[in-house]
Design a protein around this ligand. Structure first.
Ligand SMILES: NC(=O)c1ccc[n+]([C@@H]2O[C@H](COP(=O)([O-])OP(=O)(O)OC[C@H]3O[C@@H](n4cnc5c(N)ncnc54)[C@H](O)[C@@H]3O)[C@@H](O)[C@H]2O)c1
Length: 387
């Protein structure tokens, strides 16, 4: 099983160019972005941000680049052939990061490497783990961007995407051990806080899912389990977009994460999670129309291949799914979270300005296969071999 890692924020369309110019280019883009971020932080809302940025956040390696160095870099950049995933000056809110193993983290890193400012929404019960891990520097190794600097997170907000407003939260939950100590974590309150702290966003990423009965076959799933899966994994996106849309800058983009189980049978992905992903994909199309017409916002989803994330490990079959994919997909390697992160950065960028309402497969091509080539029944089938 070959390792995947292709450390770029580039995209397939720019791949040939990136291979020769990637290091120079990305370090240029990121140092420019770091510079512009530093400037904006020391400007209009620096005071406000100082009070909201994570308490005792780990020191971030902000490079102080001289203006002549920037000019030189800019000249180098403008003379290079190829296309840049350029998100400088854009602000992204990524919902669904609680550690450095999942797709949300990888997407945040790719967006940051392309120059975007990063704000994160973390599920309340995971807040303490994630926030204290950040403060203790436990994720520092994973925060390293292609130019060697560390990804900055401007703020981490507690959130629970299952609740739209405070009126929906049961009393016993407000005082429960997992939620006590945190406030304003329903979707409406979260968006209001982001509005107060930052004013607007350009990119919304939905990288969260939850199905309490995911290990149960659909045939054995309860009404509660099914509706809970849909609520956490599909309606949560509608709710986030509904509330964020008024503070999204026109021309912005959203990206969510789907799975092939939305369209094909994946035994073991139960509890209504396949239905939730099907709803998410259908909603992507309808919301693309509505948000596009209303606010010039693009809405896309990535159907990602299997990744050994915390959520996926809880399902129990992730190692088998990864092995299956490596064996049967057209591209025979393990998928890296970074490849999904890079695709998300592309979708969020102006390079994808005409792409909306789309399901983009980032799965080594597994979705295109109609047979399992490791099936004993196909033992004698001719198949292309590596030369
Ligand atoms: N891992 C895979 O193989 C795979 C494949 C395709 C798609 N996906 C999708 O990618 C997305 C990210 O998942 P991941 O696999 O990277 O795992 P992950 O564990 O990194 O992310 C899931 C996140 O959802 C959060 N969450 C759960 N319930 C929540 C709620 N009510 N409110 C707010 N946050 C909540 C969790 O805290 C966690 O941070 C999901 O939509 C998942 O279905 C994953």
């Amino acid at each position: 099983m070959a390792a995947a890692a292709n450390p770029t924020t580039g995209v397939a369309t720019a791949r040939t160019w990136i291979s020769s110019h990637q290091n120079l280019f990305m370090s240029t883009a990121t140092s420019l972005s770091t510079q512009s971020k530093t400037i904006s932080l020391s400007y209009s809302f620096s005071q406000k941000l100082n009070s909201v940025i994570l308490k005792s956040r780990p020191a971030v390696a902000i490079k102080t680049t001289s203006s002549s160095a920037i000019e030189t870099s800019a000249k180098e950049t403008s003379s290079l052939p190829g296309l840049l995933v350029d998100l400088r000056g854009k602000r992204a809110f990524i919902a669904g990061i609680a550690d450095d193993n999942g797709y949300g983290w990888a997407i945040a890193k790719s967006l940051a490497a392309a120059g975007a400012e990063i704000i994160v929404g973390t599920w309340v019960p995971a807040m303490n783990f994630f926030e204290s891990g950040l403060e203790r520097g436990e994720f520092d190794e994973s925060r390293v961007l292609p130019d060697g600097s560390l990804m900055e997170i401007s703020k981490v907000y507690p959130m629970d995407a299952v609740f739209d407003g405070p009126e929906d939260v049961p009393e016993d939950m407000k005082t429960s051990k997992r939620y006590a100590g945190y406030s304003k974590w329903t979707v409406k309150e979260l968006v209001e806080s982001v509005k107060q702290d930052f004013g607007s966003i350009d990119i919304l990423v939905h990288s969260l899912a939850n199905g309490p009965e995911v290990v149960k076959p659909l045939l054995e799933t309860s009404r509660f389990g099914y509706l809970a899966a849909i609520s956490a994994s599909s309606y949560s996106f509608i709710s986030l977009l509904q509330n964020f849309l008024p503070i999204m800058n026109p021309g912005g983009a959203t990206v969510s994460l789907s799975y092939i189980a939305a369209e094909r049978i994946i035994p073991g992905y139960g509890g209504g999670m396949s239905s939730a992903k099907a709803a998410l994909e259908s909603d992507t199309r309808v919301l693309a129309f509505e948000a596009g017409r209303k606010h010039n916002i693009r809405v896309n989803t990535i159907s990602a291949g299997p990744l050994r994330s915390r959520a996926a490990k809880a399902i129990g079959s992730i190692d088998m799914m990864i092995d299956y994919s490596s064996t049967n997909a057209p591209i025979q390697k393990e998928l890296s979270a970074e490849e999904v992160g890079n695709a998300a950065a592309f979708l969020a960028s102006p390079l994808a300005s005409a792409i909306t309402g789309t399901v983009l497969y980032v799965d080594n091509g597994l979705n295109a296969m109609a047979v399992s080539i490791d099936s004993p029944a196909l033992e004698n089938l001719h198949r292309p071999k590596e030369k």
